[in-house]
Design a protein around this ligand. Structure first.
Ligand SMILES: Cc1cc2nc3c(=O)[nH]c(=O)nc-3n(C[C@H](O)[C@H](O)[C@H](O)COP(=O)(O)OP(=O)(O)OC[C@H]3O[C@@H](n4cnc5c(N)ncnc54)[C@H](O)[C@@H]3O)c2cc1C
Length: 282
């Protein structure tokens, strides 16, 4: 599932899957191909798509070498994944030494696992330090390499609230795609889901467990987010169960269980031997 989710929005992966390998062409929204751009901007350096940590790091490193770049970001802020699509209790899942961006260390007083607010503050400082000024509300819908001219044509549609959609074509020699592996919510098809009458929420829309107090909640998947959301639900006196497609090691689950003091978590693995139900105890 993780590999599928990481690849599903990768245009190069999609092209490969379709067996279409001709030319340097990437389409994020085929319906827009051929749409007449109303504005054309020639940019002398690389265009970077996405103002997440990767795009910001690329822009900073280029700037450090004296190369101008321009970031196009469909959202209205930097690090939109962290600012707009993560739950409140989130901290970095990895120790900070693995997560800092090039050329600017985390403040020494940051904890080993900074909160998302600290991480976002660090990224805001990063943007200031390197004077990075992304173009916000610019959703890249296609990028096409014009081999004859030796230029990329990168098309954007304004993604702000206005009804008039502004279209722009950026012409440049280099394109860096930094659109992230978690930038899109992926909801797998689950048979019978449409018959379920309760709310179905992707983790990118989950904020905190208080709205689930005393409710029974099924968490699908036990990656980092599934684990942490389950813990958050427990801490808010909800009753989560977790369903897992593949087997996972028991020590890992025991760690989660030991954290859930208030309520048990029920975990189901669709193992071939038999179905195991694990309950944490306080
Ligand atoms: C809950 C959670 C916890 C995590 N914890 C960690 C951690 O501890 N350490 C770690 O290293 N990683 C962690 N990650 C992984 C996360 O992917 C990275 O932290 C980081 O956000 C990746 O940066 P990125 O710039 O590659 O992608 P993103 O942060 O996803 O940024 C991509 C940007 O591209 C923009 N974009 C996408 N498509 C377009 C388009 N067509 N046009 C214009 N803009 C576009 C998006 O709006 C977004 O702003 C975590 C992820 C999640 C969900």
């Amino acid at each position: 599932m993780e590999a599928e989710c990481k690849s599903v929005h990768d245009p190069f992966y999609c092209r490969h899957q379709r067996g279409n390998c001709s030319g340097h062409f990437m389409s994020m929204k085929p319906a827009m191909i051929g749409a007449k751009a109303e504005r054309r901007v020639l940019f002398p350096g690389p265009i970077v798509v996405g103002a997440g940590p990767s795009g910001l790091a690329v822009a900073a490193c280029l700037k450090d070498k004296g190369i101008p770049s321009l970031i196009l970001e469909r959202s209205n802020c930097i690090a939109s994944l962290w600012q707009l699509r993560t739950y409140d209790r989130l901290r970095l899942h990895l120790p900070k030494r693995f997560c800092e961006l090039p050329l600017l260390p985390f403040p020494s007083w940051f904890p080993t696992y900074p909160t998302k607010q600290q991480f976002v503050a660090y990224l805001e400082a990063y943007v200031r330090q390197f004077d990075i000024q992304p173009v916000f509300n610019a959703s890249v819908v296609a990028a096409e390499y014009d081999a004859a001219a030796g230029f990329w044509r990168v098309r954007t549609v304004s993604s702000g609230g206005g009804s008039e959609k502004e279209r722009t074509e950026y012409v440049c020699r280099w394109v860096v795609v930094a659109t992230g592996e978690n930038a899109e919510a992926v909801l797998p098809e689950i048979a019978g889901l449409e018959e379920f009458k309760g709310p179905v929420v992707h983790t990118s829309l989950y904020r905190r467990g208080d709205v689930y107090r005393n409710k029974r909640v099924l968490v699908v998947g036990c990656g980092n987010s599934g684990m942490e959301v389950s813990l958050d639900l427990c801490n808010h006196n909800a009753h989560p169960s977790m369903v897992v497609r593949d087997s996972v090691s028991h020590p890992w689950l025991c760690s989660l269980s030991s954290l859930c003091h208030q309520n048990p978590i029920h975990v189901r693995f669709p193992l071939s031997r038999n179905h195991i139900t694990t309950e944490s105890s306080s």
